[in-house]
Design a protein around this ligand. Structure first.
Ligand code: C2E
Ligand code: MG
Ligand code: MG
Length: 280
C-alpha cells in the first residue's frame, strides 16, 4: 500500500514536471518574440542615501507584461533567457537602454543587474566598455549587480572580470547578500564597491536581534574595507530606522519608492532640482 502511494506521488510529480516543462517552453517562445518586438521594458527604483535622504542612484529592473497573460517576473524569465541563449543579447540591450535612460536622470548612478551567464563571457568587459563609449555615459555612474553563484563556481575568473571592470571605472556590487552561501569573507576576497543586503535579512532584522548584529558586523567589515552597504527591500518605517542606525549607507525599497518608468524618474529629478533652485 505504501508502495502504491509512493508510486502515485511519483506520477503526480512527473505530471507537474511535464506541465512545468511545457510552460517553460511556451514562455521561451513568447520571450524571444517579446524581445525582438521590443515589448520588454526597464523600470527604475530609487536608492536613497541614508545620511541625506536624497536619491543617489536607481536600479534598472526588467519588466515583461504579456498582452493577455499579464506580467511575468524577471525571477521567472531571466533563467529562461539564460537557458535559451538569449541572455547576452538581452543583457546588452538592458545595459544600453539603462545608460541611455540614465543620461536624463541628472547625476544619478544607475545599477544594472548582470547574470552569471553574461559575466562568464571573457569579453564581457569589452561589451560594457563599448556600450559606455557608444552612449557617451560616464563609467563612474554605472554600477553592475552580480550575484554570488558564479563567484562560488569560478572564483579566479570572477576575480579577473571584476578587476577588468573596475579598471574601466565601473562599480561592482554583490547582490542578494545574506541568501545562499555568501559570507562576509567574500567582501575581503573580491574587490566590491558595494554589498546589497537581501530583503530576507531585512525582514528578520526587526524581530531578531541576531540578524541585526549580523548586519552591524557586515557594515563594520565593509567600512573597514571601504565597501558601501545597501539595504534592499525596505517596506516599513521601523525597518528603515533600524537599518539606518545599523550604519547602512544606502536604503532601497517600496518605503522609499517602487520601480517606475524612466519618464517618471526624469520628472521627479527635474522637480527636485527646481525645488532646490527655489530655496537657493
Ligand atoms: P534584485 O536585483 O535583488 O532586485 C530587487 C528586487 O526586489 C526587484 O524585484 C524589486 O522590484 C524588488 N523590491 C524592491 N523593493 C522591494 C520591497 O520593498 N519589497 C519587496 N518585497 N520587493 C522589493 P524584481 O524586479 O521582481 O526582480 C527580481 C530579480 O530579477 C532581481 O533581484 C534581479 O536579480 C533579477 N533581474 C531584474 N532585472 C534584471 C535584468 O535586467 N537583468 C538580470 N540579469 N536580472 C534582472
Ligand atoms: Mg539588483
Ligand atoms: Mg537583491
Amino acid at each position: 500500500q505504501a508502495k502504491g502511494r509512493g508510486k502515485n506521488r511519483i506520477e503526480i510529480y512527473e505530471h507537474d514536471m511535464d506541465a512545468e516543462r511545457a510552460e517553460r517552453a511556451a514562455l521561451a517562445v513568447a520571450l524571444r518574440k517579446a524581445f525582438s518586438n521590443e515589448e520588454l521594458q526597464l523600470h527604475y527604483q530609487p536608492v536613497i542615501e541614508a545620511r541625506t535622504g536624497r536619491i543617489v542612484s536607481v536600479e534598472a529592473l526588467l519588466r515583461w507584461i504579456r498582452p493577455v497573460e499579464g506580467p511575468v517576473s524577471p525571477a521567472r524569465f531571466i533563467p529562461i533567457a539564460e537557458e535559451i541563449g538569449l541572455i547576452e543579447d538581452l543583457g546588452a540591450w538592458v545595459l544600453r537602454r539603462a545608460c541611455r535612460d540614465a543620461a536624463a536622470f541628472g547625476d544619478l548612478r544607475v545599477a544594472v543587474n548582470v547574470s552569471a551567464a553574461q559575466f562568464k563571457n571573457p569579453g564581457f568587459h569589452t561589451v560594457v566598455a563599448g556600450v559606455l563609449a557608444e552612449e557617451g555615459f560616464p563609467a563612474a555612474r554605472l554600477e553592475l549587480d552580480i550575484t554570488e553563484s558564479y563567484l562560488v563556481a569560478y572564483p579566479e575568473r570572477a576575480r579577473r572580470m571584476i578587476d577588468a571592470l573596475r579598471q574601466i571605472g565601473v562599480r561592482i556590487a554583490l547582490d542578494d547578500f545574506g541568501t545562499g552561501f555568501s559570507s562576509i569573507g567574500y567582501l575581503r576576497r573580491f574587490a566590491f564597491d558595494k554589498v546589497k543586503i537581501d530583503r530576507s535579512v531585512i525582514i528578520d532584522v526587526v524581530r531578531d536581534p541576531a540578524s541585526q548584529k549580523l548586519v552591524e558586523a557586515t557594515v563594520a567589515l565593509a567600512d573597514a574595507l571601504g565597501v558601501g552597504v545597501t539595504a534592499e527591500g525596505i517596506e516599513r518605517e521601523d525597518e528603515a530606522v533600524i537599518l539606518k542606525s545599523a550604519g547602512c549607507h544606502e536604503l532601497q525599497g517600496y518605503h522609499f519608492g517602487s520601480p517606475t518608468t524612466a519618464a517618471e524618474i526624469t520628472r521627479r529629478m527635474a522637480a527636485s532640482r527646481q525645488a532646490l533652485r527655489r530655496t537657493a
